[in-house]
Design a protein around this ligand. Structure first.
Ligand SMILES: O=c1ccn([C@@H]2O[C@H](COP(=O)(O)O)[C@@H](O)[C@H]2O)c(=O)[nH]1
Length: 238
């Protein structure tokens, strides 16, 4: 099974992206374009990265009424990205509408982008769930419940933290993707992420893919940092 390391291209503009990608020479990457870059550069950044031969996760986390999400996904499907996402908190009708929109918008002869749902952001902690969001229950159960809804809605997987991966694999099967951000080289964090793990822990726990941003993009030598993360992610094997 293909287990990608997805680099989050959290940059302000195309120039910064080009400077970063030049450091990787001929390497074919799997990259993530999120709100920061897409809102500045628009769809042209997608075709530019595609032309360079990289795979793309377009991480816009759609969350709106079903019809709006359906029409937005119809447009995003035309961009020929590999992976898109929604917030599972939008509910099953919204997630089903996302799939309908993707199917309607995917050009003839092209593969529909896979669609995954954010369960609980990796910046969310148990105390936030309890005290701020007023969601009842253990965060692991909340993530599992949202993931079950995503699967029943026809999505191909979820975004979750590595801490929930074992339970999701047991309950929903390993072909249901678990894409895990919140990756740090050391298992401690003083930034905005709370549910974190190292690449090695993510592999052992069974993540389908890891998403890594600042540990690579803000490193003094991003290419070296990428190779280190890749080694840690791949060295345990299947
Ligand atoms: O729950 C989520 C969903 C998405 N993300 C995104 O992943 C990267 C992580 O970046 P780091 O710099 O490695 O923290 C970022 O683009 C987030 O928008 C997430 O972190 N958690």
């Amino acid at each position: 099974m293909d287990r990608p390391l997805i680099i989050a291209l959290d940059f302000q503009d195309r120039q910064e992206v080009e400077t970063f990608l030049k450091k990787f020479e001929d390497e074919k990457l799997y990259v993530k374009v999120g709100m920061e870059l897409f809102y500045q550069e628009g769809p042209s950044i997608i075709s530019h990265i595609k032309q360079l031969g990289h795979k793309i996760f377009l991480d816009l986390k759609l969350h709106d009424i079903p019809n709006t999400v359906k029409q937005a996904m119809r447009g995003l499907a035309k961009l020929d990205v590999d992976l898109v996402n929604v917030h599972a908190a939008g509910g099953k009708k919204m997630m089903q509408a996302a799939i309908e929109g993707l199917e309607a918008g995917t050009p003839e002869g092209k593969k529909r982008p896979a669609c995954i749902a954010v369960t609980q952001l990796t910046s969310t902690s148990q105390s936030m769930v309890d005290e701020e969001l007023l969601i009842k229950g253990d965060i692991n159960e909340v993530v599992l419940h949202y993931a079950q809804n995503a699967k029943e809605s026809g999505l191909e997987g979820v975004v979750c933290s590595t801490h929930e991966v074992e339970s999701l694999n047991q309950n929903l099967g390993t072909s249901f993707m678990t894409v895990t951000p919140g990756i740090r080289m050391k298992d401690d964090s003083s930034d905005d992420q709370t549910r974190i793990a190292t690449p090695g822990q993510a592999r052992r726990l069974g993540s389908t893919a890891i998403v890594v941003g600042r540990s690579i993009t803000k490193a003094e030598n991003p290419y070296k940092a990428y190779l280190n993360v890749k080694k840690a992610w791949e060295e345990i094997g299947e």
